[in-house]
Design a protein around this ligand. Structure first.
Ligand SMILES: CC(C)(COP(=O)(O)OP(=O)(O)OC[C@H]1O[C@@H](n2cnc3c(N)ncnc32)[C@H](O)[C@@H]1OP(=O)(O)O)[C@@H](O)C(=O)NCCC(=O)NCCS
Length: 194
């Protein structure tokens, strides 16, 4: 079974497979950001969860990762003392594509962290599997989310009837990059390490 790389070190972040022991840090990140997440992440409407529930959820994420079903990473600061968000590579569009989904805690927005994480994970996805494409799907009204693939040079495919059971929208805005387009993209700028 092929697994994508974990941990992944980017200039400012560590992306790694969740562990049950991250429950306290994840709960703190989620509880700090409920109003920010709820409009766009349907599961956030059921938050806050107990520490025990989050711990069970993280055990499931870790199992899914180890067993090759789904690959959800925590996004941490470099010393891994804080959860900044989460990002996943999901097999949703057939064997030659992977979809990337993400969220950030509110206090971590506006600094390029998701663009940095998405760029790293796209490179890892193409390096791990013989994919043709990597896809990002968002609500057409989610301007901040759509800006991420646009910034990274993904091509907008347009809007399509919603898939994956999003409960409160009819349309998906779909972005996609191909292996060859990704290999030829200009490098993104990230601040130097201090
Ligand atoms: C979607 C979401 C992750 C985007 O977060 P974000 O902070 O806007 O995205 P990035 O981390 O890439 O940061 C980009 C911002 O940082 C700024 N920035 C600063 N340094 C940067 C750098 N080195 N590289 C890129 N951008 C940088 C950009 O100018 C941009 O600022 P702006 O929003 O004022 O234009 C966040 O809004 C979120 O969690 N939303 C709720 C959940 C959600 O919608 N998830 C997606 C569902 S499809």
């Amino acid at each position: 079974m092929i697994h994508p790389l974990t941990p992944i070190y980017t200039p400012r972040l560590v992306l790694r497979c969740w562990r049950q022991a991250d429950a306290r840090l994840l709960k703190e990140a989620l509880d700090s950001s409920l109003d920010h997440l709820r409009p766009w992440m349907p599961w956030a409407r059921d938050e806050p969860s107990t520490l025990d529930d989050i711990s069970v959820r993280l055990a499931r994420f870790a199992r899914d990762f180890q067993e090759g079903r789904d690959f959800i990473y925590g996004i941490f600061n470099r010393d891994q003392t804080a959860v900044l968000g989460s990002i996943g590579i999901h097999p949703r569009h057939g064997p030659q594509d992977r979809e990337i989904g993400y969220w950030l805690r509110e206090s971590a927005t506006g600094q390029g962290f998701i663009s940095e994480s998405t760029a790293a994970l796209t490179t890892v996805a193409f390096a791990t599997w013989p994919l043709e494409t990597v896809t990002i799907v968002c609500d057409p009204d989610n301007r901040r989310s759509a800006t991420v693939p646009a910034r990274l040079g993904f091509a907008c495919q347009g809007t399509f009837p919603t898939k994956n059971g999003a409960p409160d929208r009819d349309l998906d805005l779909v972005w996609r990059t191909s292996r060859s387009a990704w290999a030829l993209r200009p490098p993104i700028r990230v601040p130097a390490l201090h």
